[in-house]
Design a protein around this ligand. Structure first.
Ligand SMILES: [Zn+2]
Length: 108
């Protein structure tokens, strides 16, 4: 079985396929060290109460993205705009690239 773990990168656009944000698309802001959990811009907002830390700073509620497990995300191909599985391919110069299996274009 091919691991799907290392196929997503920061800056990729992903589609959320499970949970309350199903169907939402967003950009990957960060990926945790084990690459299992991903922060997606604008997705799974959790409300946090903030206290003013400095004088004059406003406290209140801020919304912050909560991590989403990688299995709930699917890459959106920047070339054809479809959510896709990616295939890895190695070019002649030994560079690894990801290939969209919908349109066949290189993603990297
Ligand atoms: Zn594509």
């Amino acid at each position: 079985m091919v691991k799907s773990k290392h196929r997503l990168k920061r800056g990729d656009i992903v589609l959320i396929i499970l949970g309350e944000d199903r169907g939402k698309k967003g950009k990957i802001l960060s990926i945790d060290k084990k690459k299992d959990f991903i922060i997606v811009e604008g997705a799974r907002l959790a409300k946090k109460h903030m206290r003013p830390r400095k004088q004059g700073e406003q406290g209140g509620i801020i919304e912050k993205e909560a991590p989403i497990h990688i299995s709930n995300l699917k890459l959106v191909c920047p070339k054809c705009g479809k959510s896709t599985r990616v295939q890895k391919s190695i070019l002649e110069n030994k560079k690894r690239v990801r290939v969209c299996n919908k349109c066949g274009e290189f993603i990297d």
